[in-house]
Design a protein around this ligand. Structure first.
Ligand SMILES: Nc1ncnc2c1ncn2[C@@H]1O[C@H](COP(=O)(O)OP(=O)(O)OP(=O)(O)O)[C@@H](O)[C@H]1O
Length: 658
């Protein structure tokens, strides 16, 4: 099956909204929403409230402590107390109280942090499962335009970011805000004059810092975006390592990856990287913005502290406040300074999380383009789930183009009837649309025009799971999973299967013999995507898998890749057994398969041009003759003597194959 190339897909227009992407640069993000972000924590509301109570306890302890210590200071300089022992007694009382309050506060803080950590883990685990479920629900066209690396990055780093926002940054903003407000109230309580001066300064510092914080947030989002692109490249290459190494393309892949990461060795560390969006370049400016932001908040904050302290000394001398009051005031200012720094950090993180939330919620909210029929029998798309499937297939005036290339027709006005328990071979030049017919029948895509019916039911009204469970599919390059042979064979089988049945299916698929020779038999792991099996073995396991599903319709995309003669013979025998008693559609590349078919569908230029059996078509269809002529060289089971027999005169001088 041909896959879209990047240039072509890029030439298409993007679609609106959240449904139906139609190009490589398909939308990947929706408008970030703080509300949706908060919504993630709703299932944990009870634990959140509990942590909030502990948060208030911890913050109250922190706030009260300076006031308690202020009493000790005042006793220290109280001229009305003459005896040092009396002075010490008072100090002991207040300092013991301060220590007890601190211990209570620390304990409450510990409990709060633990609860928040657990909330974070619960939120992220739920989010990841929901997100993965949504990804699995999307139609195949979605995966034509969204790369796996990009989706893996959504599930991994983006969800981690959201976790830290929900469980750390947002609660931190609330707690630091609470702390700041209560510290301000206490400062006004101690000295309204000094508090006015202090708050005026704090506000100015904050206002100047705000644009820097926003810039930091933007740079952080940008950093995540570029890192995501780099991950997309690396995931793709790591997943296709054989191809990369076979083409000696390691350098090329490294260049693609480092093109997004950036090369720090090409310029001095103090010089801004060149004008290309790499993680290094964005990170370079992010580091400057970050250190500038925190230097400003902390530097200006603590500098201004001395100004207020200065004025505080004056007020103490004027007896407008006590020395204890000034020390408590001082503590509150320091605490506000820290809180603002922490808040700024947490807000920057929230901005970063908002960017990630846009990407995650795009996937969460995306409506699959292939909708399930509705359970309501009166609904237009009422669900149909027959008791059993007979296996009669009809294509009626079907036209189709892939959503990623809407302007390029792939099938035009295709009509076709396939009777139950017959074998239909699809033949035609490369790109004629044979595999597309197979994909449409599995409802990987919906037709643009016309209908496809199975046993008289429109595919769009049939229960999707039911439909796919009745269809067996053996691809050109069967995809196995990194599981055991047994697990691979039972993949998609929704019932208990005895060892006897398993062995019987694999005997029918001519797989049993090689499986029992393996060290762990049916429990042998096959490696990622089945790499530890040969091509022929993979195909036979895939055929056994299709047999175990008891499918009524069997779709075969015949392998064009070379198998050795023995392996090919075994695969052919397995297929011969598998087709009996089933409706079979085979995208055929071997003459032997074509000749055995009950009907041959000749496709050309997106259309069905002829339908018939081999002998008839050889007489009546020039396209078929052409095809046999052109493709014969590629047909692995055709010898020139055979060709000479079926197409006299065209093979003169050819060497005998096999
Ligand atoms: N997922 C896809 N997205 C966009 N276009 C596609 C996609 N798959 C196939 N095409 C295009 O659709 C056309 C028909 O492809 P299809 O795979 O059905 O052809 P085929 O007859 O099976 O070819 P082959 O014998 O080479 O496998 C081709 O032009 C191909 O580029």
């Amino acid at each position: 099956m041909n896959k879209p190339d990047e240039t072509d897909t890029k030439s298409q227009l993007p679609s609106d909204g959240n449904v139906g992407d139609s190009e490589d640069d398909a939308p990947t993000s929706t408008k970030p929403s703080l509300w949706k972000l908060l919504h993630l924590a709703f299932p944990e509301i009870h634990m959140l409230l509990l942590s909030f109570i502990f948060m208030i306890g911890a913050e109250a302890a922190t706030m009260v402590t300076p006031l308690v210590v202020a009493n000790a200071y005042d006793i220290l300089v109280d001229p009305s107390i003459t005896e040092n022992s009396e002075r010490m007694e008072g100090i002991n009382y207040w300092m013991m109280l301060a220590i007890i309050i601190t211990i209570v506060g620390i304990t409450a803080g510990f409990i709060r942090a633990t609860i928040q950590g657990v909330i974070g883990e619960r939120v992220v685990a739920r989010l990841r499962c929901q997100l993965y479920k949504r990804i699995l629900m999307q139609e195949i066209a979605f995966f034509d335009t969204h790369k796996s690396g990009e989706l893996v990055s959504r599930l991994g780093s983006d969800t981690t970011l959201l976790q830290s926002v929900v469980s750390e940054s947002l609660p931190n903003v609330v707690s630091e805000l609470l702390k700041t407000i209560s510290a301000m109230a206490l400062m006004f309580y101690i000295s309204p004059k000094l508090a006015g001066l202090a708050l005026g300064g704090v506000l100015v510092i904050f206002m100047i810092g705000l644009p820097m914080g926003t810039l930091l947030g933007k740079l952080s989002k940008s950093y995540q975006d570029v890192l995501g692109q780099a991950q997309t490249h690396s995931t793709e290459a790591i997943g296709s390592m054989r191809t990369v190494q076979a083409f000696a393309a390691e350098k090329k892949e490294l260049a693609r990856y480092s093109g997004k990461i950036g090369d720090p060795d090409s310029i001095p560390w103090w010089w801004p990287p060149k004008n290309k969006k790499t993680t290094y370049r964005v990170g370079f400016f992010k580091a400057i913005a970050q250190s500038g932001f925190f230097t400003w908040i902390f530097g200006a904050g603590f500098g201004y502290l001395n100004v207020t302290l200065w004025y505080g000394f004056y007020l103490v001398l004027q007896e407008e406040m006590t020395l204890g009051g000034l020390t408590a005031f001082n503590s509150y200012i320091i605490s506000i300074g820290f809180s603002m720094g922490m808040m700024a950090q947490a807000i920057a993180r929230v901005f970063e999380g908002l960017g990630a939330s846009g990407r995650v919620f795009y996937l969460m909210d995306r409506v699959p383009q292939i909708p399930e029929p509705l359970p309501d029998p009166k609904a237009e798309r009422a669900i149909v789930k027959p008791e059993s499937m007979v296996g009669e297939i009809r294509f009626e005036n079907v036209s189709f183009s892939y959503p990623s290339r809407p302007s390029q027709p792939v099938l035009e006005d295709v009509s076709l009837t396939i009777h139950p328990n017959t074998t239909t071979a699809l033949v035609g030049s490369s790109g004629a649309g044979k595999s597309t017919i197979v994909s449409l029948l599995q409802r990987f895509y919906d037709t643009n025009q016309g209908t496809i019916t199975v046993d008289g039911h429109d595919l769009k009204s049939l229960d999707l799971i039911w439909l796919r469970q009745h269809i067996g599919y053996v691809q050109q390059e069967p995809q196995l999973f990194g599981l055991t042979i047994r697990e691979n064979m039972l993949y998609g089988v929704d019932r208990d299967v005895s060892q006897e049945e398993l062995e019987s299916a694999s005997k029918d698929a001519y797989a049993h013999e090689f499986i029992v020779k393996m060290s762990e038999g049916y429990d042998t792991l096959v490696g990622e995507r089945g790499v530890q099996l040969s091509g022929g073995q993979r195909q036979r396991v895939a055929i056994a898998r299709a047999l175990l599903t008891n499918c009524r319709i069997l779709l075969l995309d015949e392998a064009t890749s070379a198998l050795d003669a023995e392996s090919e013979h075994l695969v052919q025998q397995a297929i011969d057994k598998a087709v009996v008693g089933r409706t079979v559609i085979v995208v055929a590349h071997r003459l032997s398969t074509i000749r055995r078919a009950d009907q041959i569908v000749v496709m050309d230029n997106h259309r069905v041009v002829d339908v018939g059996m081999h002998d008839t078509l050889m007489e009546s269809s020039s396209k078929y003759q052409d095809l046999i002529k052109r493709q014969s060289v590629m047909m692995r089971d055709v010898t020139s003597s055979v060709l000479d027999r079926i197409l006299p005169g065209i093979c003169d001088g050819d060497e005998e194959e096999n």
